[in-house]
Design a protein around this ligand. Structure first.
Ligand SMILES: [Zn+2]
Length: 81
């Protein structure tokens, strides 16, 4: 399943994850953020990595992993928190 960040600076960053490996939607949002931070750090983009750490990513409109299991793309949001 494709998870895409919806945020001012990092909009469009995407990562494929198996949602069944996670317990909660917040676990997924946290892992998407970790992937982005890892990507930035391994490319020595330290200032952007610091920015990425300040995001409060979440998946809204759904309550559980079961709720998203039929979707192909899920947006992970930093806009409305
Ligand atoms: Zn939101």
């Amino acid at each position: 399943m494709l998870f895409v960040i919806s945020a001012r600076l990092f909009h469009g960053y995407r990562v494929v994850l198996n949602p069944l490996r996670f317990v909660t939607l917040q676990d997924i949002a946290h892992t998407v953020q970790e992937h982005l931070i890892h990507f930035l750090e391994t490319n020595n983009l330290q200032i952007l990595a610091e920015q990425a750490r300040t995001m409060n990513l979440h998946i809204h409109g759904y309550d559980t992993i079961q709720d998203i299991r039929e979707l192909q793309t899920v947006y992970v949001c930093d806009h409305c928190s």
